[in-house]
Design a protein around this ligand. Structure first.
Ligand code: CA
Length: 232
């Protein structure tokens, strides 16, 4: 496996130093930035495989950094949030983070989460050479093997989780799944998050797929139960 590069954007030097030490021990290459602005600059020059992003940062905060990175990239972003800030988790996910970890955290958990997120990207990249398997649903064409989605022929930029959720639902048209089921099936045992993650990801998907995300035609809500995919 080639060396993976992690960019840590965290202003508390004592935290970022210990993270750096542990990641290097695991064979990762590590780059650091201590505020949001230089984090964004580092992001475009060092081309990391994953970004570890603190929420509370000087100059530009973590949410803004996350939003900016998402304008040009779908790489995994893992946010570091303070334990008492429940709202931060959801906001981070809404802005396109893939995962979050709450401070204080154990190094083993952090390393495991980073590895899990990188593994999933490797898996996705390996699938881009797979034979295509395009299925059409109205204006949407989903390549189930290659992780590509087009709407009216135009490719959509989905994150890995967004694609996996879409694929899971589209392959099981009209079948309703609860949030708990989706968390279990799509996010899997490696995920420690809560069911709001599903709602946030559905919302993000709708914004990308639907003409009018408040009146969805593909990903439908079954009130009080969960979500299902419908061919329009
Ligand atoms: Ca901080």
């Amino acid at each position: 496996m080639d060396t993976k590069k992690i960019l840590i954007i965290e202003d508390e030097k004592s935290i970022s130093d210990i993270i750096k030490f542990n990641l290097q021990k695991e064979g990762f290459e590590v780059d650091m930035a201590y505020d949001g602005k230089s984090g964004l600059e580092k992001f475009s020059t060092c081309k990391p495989d994953l970004v570890l992003l603190d929420v509370m940062l000087p100059v530009i905060d973590g949410f803004e950094v996350c939003k900016k990175i998402r304008e040009s990239s779908t790489i995994p972003i893992l946010m570091l949030t303070a334990k008492e800030e429940e709202v931060d988790k959801v906001l981070g996910l809404e802005l396109g983070a893939d995962d979050y970890i709450t401070k204080p955290f154990g190094m083993r958990e952090l390393v495991a989460r980073i590895k899990a997120n990188i593994r999933r990207v490797d898996l996705m990249n390996s699938k881009q050479n797979a034979p295509s398997n395009v299925q059409e649903f109205g204006n949407l064409a989903i390549d189930m093997n290659r992780y590509e989605v087009r709407k009216n022929g135009v490719p959509l930029e989905l994150t890995l989780r967004e694609f996996e959720l879409l694929k899971y639902l589209a392959e099981r048209e009209n079948k309703v799944f609860s949030r708990e089921q989706l968390l279990e099936e799509v996010w899997g045992y490696e995920y420690y998050g809560d069911i709001r993650t599903v709602d946030v990801t559905v919302r993000r998907l709708r914004e990308k797929l639907e003409d009018d995300s408040s009146n969805p035609k593909y990903i439908m809500t079954k009130r009080g139960i969960g979500y299902y995919f419908r061919r329009p």
